[in-house]
Design a protein around this ligand. Sequence first.
Ligand code: ATP
Ligand code: MG
Length: 425
Amino acid sequence: MAYRALKGTKDVLPGEAHLWHHLEDTMRAVTARYGFREIRTPVIEQTELFLRGVGDTTDIVQKEMYTFLDKGGRSITLKPEGTGGAVRAFTEHALFNEPLPIKMYYLYCPVFRYERPQAGRLREHHQFGVEIFGSPSAYTDAEAISLALTVLREVGIDDLSVNINSIGCEKCRPAYNQTLKDYFAPHLQEMCALCRDRYERNPLRLLDCKEERCHAIAKDAPRMIDHLCPECSEHFSALQESLAALNIPYAIDSGIVRGLDYYTKTVFEIISNRIGAQGTVCGGGRYDRLVETVGGPSMPGIGFGMGMERLMILLESYGKLPQETGRCDAFCIAMGDGKESLQLADDLRRAGIRADFDPLVRSMKAQMRYAEKLGARLVVIQGDEERQKGVVIVRNMSTREQTEVGRAGLVDRVLEMLKGGETNG
Ligand code: ATP
Ligand code: MG
């Protein structure tokens, strides 16, 4: 029986891990600069959290969640997005008592959605994301967008489009929903079954149907941004002014409504035109009522999620995937029974040097080949003769020069050679 990874899931193999580290290191560095700290929440939550939070009229809740009963008969769901868990933790641990705003990020957060797998669309994918609690200011929206762009720029991509929209609040949206229904009513018969259902349950979602015939009708629909209440309208202007102040080019796309019900006011997407239909790398928005919805105090929030796998595909299309660097600085050739090389490598490792040896004690030629494969900069050799003299030979793999070093001084000498740039690294 040969097992395969489940459809829509992916392994990260050792030869690919450096690519993920490149993204993660950049994300940690940038978020630190913006004053964010990390949050990690469980992969499983009570299903109810997502029904209430994400919203039970969304595609995610209706079609995509991995939900099951555990042995105690409780309904459990694998995270279908990152915000729910963060908001639950924020509320449960009363983090709102800390100085506001509170800024947190999550990295390599597994997200599960039962989707039709294709390039850039997995059933388990991973998100980097941030959540900011306690600031209603549009400066915060701009800060989040700026952070996302900085991450993308620093991993190597700087020609993405930022699309923004406002979907209003509980004050202005009900009237707009009615305006939308009035607009769509005469067209309903031409629209897909899903849209006819959305018409009753969540008319805003009529705007982002992917079906061509629905899209054609939706594109001339009245825009939320023309029906915002004064507060939302002012907020949307302030966002645009803030983005302009940060020299961030953006476009207004009144079709962005996002797949989660919890958004209010600002919604945004960062997209690439290079990777086709799955071009959205980052999506986010403001959720001023969400904390309250899951049982916390009234507390504004905003966040985004960035798909790590999509980002990887994008980097590849730009030819910006970093090369794997050598993973060994000093390789200790095993001679005789090989125990000496085990000890040599151990001494070097304790001194902080990336050292390795051959536990299989293969032929000298095979070991040299292996050392080269590992990218070893130095090779340490101690044959019988050297052992008797109390020395070891250190060979520089790029210059092929060999030096004899006293066994006791080996660690210091290797450190010196690695630091002194005597080897190419
Ligand atoms: P889409 O419209 O492409 O389905 P979405 O609106 O469902 O995206 P979000 O819920 O905003 O996506 O998730 C944030 C990001 O996570 C997306 O911008 C995307 O980069 C990534 N993402 C979402 N779903 C998947 C998936 N099934 N496979 C891989 N990445 C995904
Ligand atoms: Mg989706």
